[in-house]
Write a protein that binds this ligand. Structure first.
Ligand SMILES: NC(=O)c1ccc[n+]([C@@H]2O[C@H](COP(=O)([O-])OP(=O)(O)OC[C@H]3O[C@@H](n4cnc5c(N)ncnc54)[C@H](O)[C@@H]3O)[C@@H](O)[C@H]2O)c1
Length: 331
């Protein structure tokens, strides 16, 4: 890479699942990366392989406090992402989304830097429109147990768009749908990690309902490609842009695939469907296709294979000399 093209890039939440893959990607592109994280849900294990890298720097910092650094671009990913994690300390979740956004936008304004926000499909709440396009305003409960995340992310989007209108800041908002892959948290309570953990220990896989409800899953490499395309798109493209995989799979299909790929002896058990479980959730990615030329490429079986391999590795590291960091990844 030419010296002129090399950028100093700040990644908040860089020790998390998506953030650590983004750090890998940006370093491979030849950029300098400053990873900022308070290790609330991220782990050192996710970035251990980068610690000696000459263009990588790690800073332990909570984004709810101001940050004074010099960078050319900012990716704001800091925020616990799974319901078990974000409901653990809901006040901190809202603070991270809102104060974190204010602090990072303030930094971007001072530096005249481009800034990317990792928003979420949860801004659509419990949607009454399927699939969701970006101009759907959502159906969100402001006072429920998920509101700290949903409303926090909605307020962050408001701040990003107001900084754009009021201060001409170059902002980019991605609405991320369900993503999976290596380094996702094994105990985050999500269906992919639950099924894989159950399959690897030959425990029955739990399906809620009859297993006919569908979900769509985006492999992490595809998503990071989408981040890059959005960040480097024309300034007129601020988003929000949906990023996710529109291909739907039933829960039964997912469970069968995971059992086969992991060569597990697990069976499947069925439990009653929780009342708030939506029958379908799927992104409309027409905008990403048109303005970014992006769509996911990795097949579910290939992505699952890589993810199963990662989880197998964590399990085998527990009890060896890698034990402490592997256990930390499992907590
Ligand atoms: N993974 C998905 O499917 C998904 C879907 C939609 C949106 N997102 C968004 O993408 C981003 C990354 O998600 P992820 O799946 O990698 O989650 P993650 O929990 O693995 O990563 C979040 C990271 O942010 C850090 N963090 C949390 N609060 C912080 C704070 N106050 N200061 C500094 N660091 C803090 C955590 O320690 C962690 O490393 C989040 O903003 C999330 O809302 C993810």
């Amino acid at each position: 890479m030419k010296e002129l093209d090399r950028k100093r890039i700040l990644v908040t939440g860089g020790a998390g699942f998506l953030g650590s893959h983004l750090c890998d990607y940006l370093l491979a592109q030849g950029h300098d990366v400053l990873c900022v994280d308070n290790f609330y849900t991220g782990t050192k294990r996710n970035i251990a392989h980068l610690l000696g890298h000459p263009r990588f720097e790690l800073l332990r910092h909570d984004v709810t406090f101001p940050l004074y650094v010099e960078v050319d671009e900012i990716y704001n990913l800091a925020c616990p992402a799974s319901p078990v994690h974000y409901q653990n300390d809901p006040v901190q979740t809202t603070k991270t989304s809102v104060h974190g956004a204010i602090n990072m936008l303030g930094l971007a304004k001072r530096l005249k830097a481009r800034i990317f926000q990792a928003s979420t499909s949860e801004v659509y709440g419990d949607p009454q429109v399927h699939p969701q396009t970006e101009n759907y305003w959502g159906h969100v409960n402001p006072i429920g147990v998920r509101s700290c995340y949903d409303e926090g992310k909605r307020c962050a989007e408001t701040l990003f768009m107001d900084y754009r209108r009021q201060h001409n800041l170059r902002v980019k908002i991605a609405r991320i749908f369900n993503t999976y892959g290596p380094r996702m948290h094994p105990n985050d309570g999500r269906v992919v990690s639950n099924f894989i953990m159950q399959a690897l220990s030959n425990q029955p896989l739990t399906i809620y309902g009859d297993g006919s409800q569908t979900r769509s899953f985006c492999y992490v490499d595809d998503l990071i490609q989408g981040f890059d395309l959005l960040m480097n798109s024309q300034d007129s493209v601020a988003g929000p842009v949906n990023l996710g995989n529109p291909v739907e799979h039933t829960m039964l299909e997912l469970a069968d695939k995971i059992i086969t790929l992991s060569k597990s002896r697990s069976t499947i058990v069925f439990k009653p469907l929780p009342s708030d479980d939506p029958a379908r959730r799927r992104p409309d990615i027409a905008l990403a296709r048109t303005v970014l030329g992006w769509e996911p490429k990795v097949k579910l079986a290939d992505g699952l294979e890589r993810t199963i391999e990662y989880f197998r590795q964590i399990q085998s590291d527990v009890g060896t000399n890698q034990g402490a960091s592997a256990r930390a990844a499992l907590i």
